[in-house]
Ligand binder design. Structure first.
Ligand SMILES: CC(C)(COP(=O)(O)OP(=O)(O)OC[C@H]1O[C@@H](n2cnc3c(N)ncnc32)[C@H](O)[C@@H]1OP(=O)(O)O)[C@@H](O)C(=O)NCCC(=O)NCCS
Length: 194
């Protein structure tokens, strides 16, 4: 498996944008250099212009999100805490080409424990098959562990079960169902105002 460098910057300016979370957290979980211009880092407020939403469009329907909507959601995630969107940027072209998200849920159970949720794993189709998916999922998994989550869970399509099993995720006998109640909205823009 290849290796990556977590980009750590202690200085920030408007031009650098704002990081969603402290990049030092990533240094602990992904501290190796890949050497081909690919870096791992937290989502940045400038990633609207680096193709982040277009990347998510390879995972599911994203909608027609304006930059203001993106920044509004970004800042709400940052201020509420618990959102760790990790991206892979190809510095050669300045585009975000991979991403996965850790959402940390605060619980009363398990002694006021923390449960991690792995969400929105995607690698740009032109970069697939190079172990980037594995690396970004492992970064999220390691981050959840280092944040003291008692477990991390995910939902996936059946065909991806071997992918996640190869990364140490298991289906628990008698507890491997994923159930949904969906709430379609007439005006999806309303949701983005939360
Ligand atoms: C799933 C995804 C993130 C994998 O990214 P990737 O960078 O191509 O994955 P990797 O190169 O790290 O692959 C690692 C292994 O998983 C396997 N794998 C990758 N994608 C797979 C798929 N769709 N189905 C089954 N196995 C898959 C690879 O064959 C590889 O196996 P190997 O280590 O034995 O060679 C990527 O295919 C993707 O973005 N898909 C569209 C979005 C999506 O479905 N996301 C998952 C939501 S749960």
């Amino acid at each position: 498996m290849g290796s990556f460098r977590a980009q750590v910057s202690n200085t920030s300016s408007e031009a650098d944008g704002i990081e969603l979370f402290n990049p030092n957290l990533l240094e602990r979980v992904a501290n190796q250099l890949r050497g081909d211009g690919l870096i791992f880092r937290p989502l940045n407020s400038r990633d609207f212009d680096k193709g982040f939403l277009q990347l998510l469009g390879q995972l599911t329907d994203v909608g027609n999100i304006t930059k203001d909507q993106f920044l509004n959601r970004f800042h709400r995630m940052k201020s509420s805490g618990g959102y760790y969107v990790i991206v892979v940027e190809d510095l050669n072209c300045g585009k975000v080409i991979g991403s996965a998200t850790l959402v940390v849920e605060q619980k009363f159970i398990h002694s006021c424990g923390l449960r991690g949720h792995l969400e929105d794993v995607v690698v740009n189709s032109e970069y697939r098959g190079k172990q980037l998916g594995k690396l970004v999922v492992m970064a999220v998994k390691n981050l959840a562990k280092s944040l003291q989550c008692y477990k991390i869970t995910l939902e996936c399509k059946d065909r991806l079960i071997p992918f996640y099993e190869s990364l140490g995720f298991k289906r628990e006998p008698g507890n491997a169902n994923s159930m949904h109640a969906r709430f379609p909205h007439d005006n999806p823009a309303e949701q983005s105002r939360l």
